[in-house]
Design a binder for this molecule. Structure first.
Ligand SMILES: Nc1ncnc2c1ncn2[C@@H]1O[C@H](COP(=O)(O)OP(=O)(O)OP(=O)(O)O)[C@@H](O)[C@H]1O
Length: 769
């Protein structure tokens, strides 16, 4: 027995000695490697471990891309790196390979804690990095974890101490650091910022500084992005001292464009000039004429995305539509990402949440309906197409006001898109359809109002005033193009102060009217201020609802609106509202209101002038009552008999309307109930899914960690030469095409995870076991 143990121990010692020699040899090769003279073409030409090479090969990564060839050797030499390369050029592997290698050479184990921290600005990107890591890290022993928010912090905290490579979004990482449980960064070897310029910009500044202040200064730092616009001060914040710039000019201030570095050559870029109010017409026509394409449509806010998605869906352009924005539940976002990645003919309507880093395969078109805030955002958006040498096309819609300024900005980065013109025959207005949709569905109208407001606000807050000219916005036309009866009033924070400022002398009246708010924060229309009736107050109280807006629109009375040919506004001469007039605006349904509507007082107050309007099928407003001549009136009989006849007729009509309304209300109630149940069901499913994905996204073991080819070997309870505690643990072998998950005691064989669901089930198994 003792002999057996002795021979096992000496075998292990022998193994460790071999490992040490192997690592020494790697270190020597790295030192000798000269990136300038060496002509590495394949990953195997680089001084990297067999374990990583094997993982790369299994994931079909054999040949190096330019940024990988240039940056990996520098990172392997423990230098800090600032890497810039075009979108889709393989930056993810350019930092993941050095991460694995660094920990590998340090003989990092599960029990050494956090060795590498990878920060990504979005959850989607973090998930994608995690996925690539699990693909190539299958032959190492490291555990990888994902912390991206939207999950239970406590659950993550319990597992975080086991993680060697942590990938996450800035906010969530800091949250874990603040909690001071589990996440120990004392030993951290490497910090990576993907989409570095975004991580470093103002939005993340405080969070990032707080994270960095918790990290040991001795760590190595890698920064990657397709755009590098941050200042040297920003880099100093990260304690980047002796860093090497790869694939970009030495100075972070320098312009990438000068080096021809901005967008892939395989990307065909174009633009069209289009009025704001025609954008949706053009978009819809474009989609209808590109039904066999895979495209991403970028809009500037989640509300616009929501509105365009919901209305276009109803108009059925003939292609599968999807939408993605940051206000969706994480489970829905993940599901959409997954579905869109797999689909071939599909249109994804999205915000900039997917503008950076996301690697969707085979995107034919990137359409930018709203002008991006800057050229960098443009570069990242169009970079969702033409990835890894593939062909792709992009189209940006520029309004006549934005065109000159934005083309000038693009030119500073050597981007000169071609001007496209739309054939007259292909132009088709969808405005009437949108108007009719919104007229029928108050929820859509509500979405439209929100979309309008968020677009206008987005223009207002843009920094680049040469491109975005708020004062010139054709708000009325834009509102109508969304199918709205008129431009909703907008409250813009801080406008009161601006108003007071002298600089606002020249601000347009339109802007001022947008900015006026009452003490309780509600918008004020100067002309209607003194006629606030109890109905106004009632509807005002429900200001969040569609109803109040609808009410406002049918009672709108300022001169500008009178000029509108809006299909829902009532044209009025008299701008003041009398309380007694109000019943005329609705169809009475109760007996009391019928009586009131037909009362002498009511008829007197109308003064013979018809103010109630009805709408024909085209949505054109007509007066209900038309004045007729006295003679004609008397021909029809006495006033008394006509009144009686009229009353009888109207009562019948009202009764019919009443019954229809009741039926409709009942149907609506039932539908609401059905929706509520459906929502509850979906929420329960989402909760379950989230619990499940919490596990999946918290920790996964990447591989066996064995240096040799024997992938099924596990550690046993022991101490190694460095005195590190090591104990028996489960590990995973990725075996392609293994149809069934099999448990072999100490290791689990699984099919290589291809999708997020695969990953989830794999991790669930790990945690269970
Ligand atoms: N060496 C390689 N061999 C084959 N395919 C590769 C290689 N490197 C990267 N790819 C593929 O190229 C695509 C783009 O890679 P990646 O997402 O890393 O690009 P990126 O430079 O990070 O882009 P972005 O700037 O948009 O974030 C991915 O589909 C990836 O799988």
């Amino acid at each position: 027995m003792g002999k057996v143990r002795n021979s096992k121990t000496s075998l292990r010692k022998e193994q460790r000695k071999k490992e040490a020699e192997y690592i020494n040899d790697l270190e020597r090769r790295i030192e000798e490697y000269d990136p300038k003279t060496s002509k590495a073409v394949f990953f195997k030409d680089l001084p990297i471990s067999d374990a990583t090479l094997k993982g790369l090969k299994e994931a079909s990564f054999v040949k190096l891309t330019e940024i990988q060839r240039d940056s990996i050797p520098v990172s392997l030499k423990n230098r800090d790196v600032l890497g810039a390369a075009k979108t889709g050029s393989g930056k993810t592997l350019a930092f993941l390979v050095p991460v694995l290698e660094k920990l590998y050479r340090a003989r990092w184990t599960e029990f050494d804690g956090l060795g590498a921290l990878i920060i990504s600005p979005t959850r989607e990107l973090a998930m994608q990095i995690y996925e690539v890591l699990t693909k190539i890290g299958g032959h190492t022993s490291f555990s990888a974890g994902l912390v991206i928010g939207g999950k239970d912090v406590k659950f993550e905290s319990e597992r975080i101490s086991r993680i060697n490579i942590l990938i996450g979004t800035p906010g969530r990482i800091l949250q874990h650091m603040d909690q001071a449980v589990g996440l120990n960064t004392d030993n951290l070897q490497m910090l990576v910022l993907d989409e570095a310029d975004r991580c470093l910009d103002m939005g993340f500044k405080k969070t990032l500084d707080a994270i960095v202040s918790n990290l040991p200064p001795s760590r190595q730092t890698l920064l990657f992005s397709a755009t590098q616009s941050q200042s040297l001060d920003d880099l100093t914040r990260l304690s980047l001292t002796d860093y090497q710039t790869v694939g970009a000019p030495k100075s972070a201030h320098a312009d990438n464009g000068e080096n021809g570095l901005s967008t892939p050559e395989t990307l065909q870029q174009s633009y069209i000039t289009v009025e704001l109010a025609d954008k949706l017409d053009i978009l819809f026509s474009f989609i209808k004429t590109h039904l066999k394409s895979k495209m991403i449509v970028f809009l500037s806010s989640s509300k616009q995305v929501h509105f365009v998605y919901e209305t276009f869906r109803k108009m059925q352009p003939g292609i599968s539509l999807m939408h993605l924005h940051g206000r969706q539940k994480q489970t829905a976002r993940t599901e959409t990402l997954d579905k869109f990645s797999r689909a071939q003919q599909v249109c994804l309507i999205a915000t900039d949440v997917v503008a950076r880093g996301i690697d969707f395969p085979g995107v034919d078109w990137v359409i930018q309906v709203d002008c991006p805030e800057d050229v960098d955002t443009y570069i990242h958006r169009v970079g969702r197409s033409a990835r890894y040498g593939k062909r792709g096309k992009s189209l940006i819609m520029l309004t006549p006001r934005e065109q000159e300024g934005f083309l000038k900005r693009l030119k500073t980065k050597n981007i000169e898109p071609n001007l496209l013109t739309i054939k007259q025959s292909k132009k088709k207005s969808i405005k009437p359809q949108l108007q009719s949709l919104l007229f029928k569905d108050p929820e859509l109208k509500y979405l439209g109002q929100k979309a309008f407001i968020s677009y206008v606000r987005s223009i207002y807050i843009q920094k680049d005033k040469e491109v975005f000219k708020f004062e010139d916005l054709p708000t009325e036309e834009f509102a109508q193009s969304l199918g709205l009866p008129g431009a909703p009033k907008i409250k813009i924070k801080g406008m009161k102060a601006i108003e007071r400022a002298k600089t606002l002398k020249n601000t347009s009246r339109q802007l001022l009217s947008l900015s006026k708010t009452s003490e309780d924060g509600e918008p004020i229309n100067e002309k209607t201020r003194e006629v606030k009736t109890k109905y106004d107050k009632m509807f005002g109280r429900k200001n969040q609802t569609v109803l109040s807006e609808h009410y406002l629109n049918i009672t709108k009375s300022n001169a500008q609106e009178d000029e509108d040919e809006n299909f829902m506004t009532v044209k009025r001469q008299n701008h003041k509202l009398n309380e007694d007039e109000l019943p005329e605006l609705t169809v009475p349904t109760s007996k009391r209101s019928i009586k009131k509507a037909l009362s002498k007082k009511a008829s007197l107050s109308s003064k013979g002038n018809a103010t109630k309007m009805v709408f024909d099928d085209e949505g054109t407003a007509h007066p209900v009552y038309e004045l007729e001549g006295e003679e004609e009136f008397h021909k029809k009989g006495s006033a008394e008999s006509q009144k009686k006849e009229f009353l009888e007729k109207e009562t019948k009509v009202m009764a019919a309307v009443d019954s229809d309304d009741k039926k409709l209300a009942k149907e609506k109630r039932q539908e609401k109930k059905r929706k509520r149940l459906e929502a509850m069901r979906r929420e329960m499913e989402a909760e379950l899914a989230e619990e499940y994905s919490d596990e999946a996204e918290t920790v996964a073991q990447l591989g066996t960690g064995n240096l040799s080819d024997d992938m099924e070997d596990d550690y046993e309870s022991d101490s190694d030469e460095n005195g590190r505690q090591s104990k028996k643990h489960k590990s995973v072998n990725y075996k392609r095409h293994a149809a069934v998950v099999e448990d072999h005691g100490d290791f689990i064989e699984v099919e290589e995870p291809h999708t997020l669901e695969d990953l989830e089930s794999l991790t669930a198994r790990l945690i269970e076991s």
